[in-house]
Design a protein around this ligand. Structure first.
Ligand SMILES: Nc1ncnc2c1ncn2[C@@H]1O[C@H](COP(=O)(O)OP(=O)(O)O)[C@@H](O)[C@H]1O
Ligand SMILES: [Mg+2]
Length: 200
């Protein structure tokens, strides 16, 4: 699953990235070499902007598919990055508190990062929240990730209903490390999710 995502990210990056670069060069050539008839310069500037937007969005998709920030900067920074991305798209502020220099290995990092992504997607889709808070810390041999929002609050039925694959996925992700995901909802006060796993 994670490997498949990494493959897709690589293909988007390598293949589509190359094509977009070639398209960009060609449009830039037209802009440079063609006499400015019928607004050709303006039109090609618009096309260049569209291409640049596409390249940016490809980069974002790749990072979400295979967050290489995880490998380079670590889990705390990756979570911070994802929170900013979330705020940019949803308009909902998300405040992250991550313990300084927290060390989490690559498999655990991926698991917690995916839980964070799913929790934020849920906030965007279901919560009606105006604020999100997240924290990452180390405590007595455990790594703890908490995400809470101030929305309508998840119900007991939602938590246990058979179709809640997103929540089920969170739980499954922490199994390998004797982990646990606790989900709490408070009507009109919000939802809190806590994922805990052992660090060795
Ligand atoms: N932050 C939240 N606030 C309110 N309700 C939530 C929240 N997160 C999840 N839910 C509820 O729990 C259900 C199950 O979530 P999930 O398993 O992720 O499924 P999905 O997001 O595909 O609907 C959602 O359909 C929604 O009703
Ligand atoms: Mg979901």
């Amino acid at each position: 699953m994670e490997e498949e995502r990494a493959n897709i990210a690589r293909e988007i990056h390598d293949e589509l990235g190359q094509i977009m670069a070639a398209v960009r060069m060609n449009v830039a050539w037209i802009q440079r070499e063609c006499p400015d008839r019928k607004g050709i310069v303006e039109k090609s500037s618009e096309i260049l902007e569209l291409i640049d937007g596409t390249i940016r969005s490809m980069r974002r998709i790749c990072t979400e598919l295979r967050p290489d920030v995880l490998d380079h900067l670590g889990l705390g920074a990756a979570i911070q990055w994802q929170a900013e991305e979330f705020t940019r798209r949803s308009g909902i502020p998300c405040e992250v508190t991550a313990e300084d220099g927290i060390q989490v290995d690559s498999d655990r990092s991926i698991a917690l990062f995916r839980i964070f992504q799913e929790a934020l997607t849920n906030v965007m889709r279901h919560a009606g929240a105006t604020k999100v808070e997240a924290s990452l810390r180390h405590e007595g041999g455990k790594v703890i990730l908490e995400i809470s929002d101030n929305g309508k609050g998840i119900t007991k039925e939602d938590i246990s209903k058979p179709g809640s694959f997103g929540l089920l996925g969170m739980r499954e992700r922490v199994y390998p490390w004797n982990g646990m995901v606790t989900i709490k909802g408070n009507p009109d006060r919000g939802t809190a999710i806590e994922a805990i796993l052992t660090d060795e």
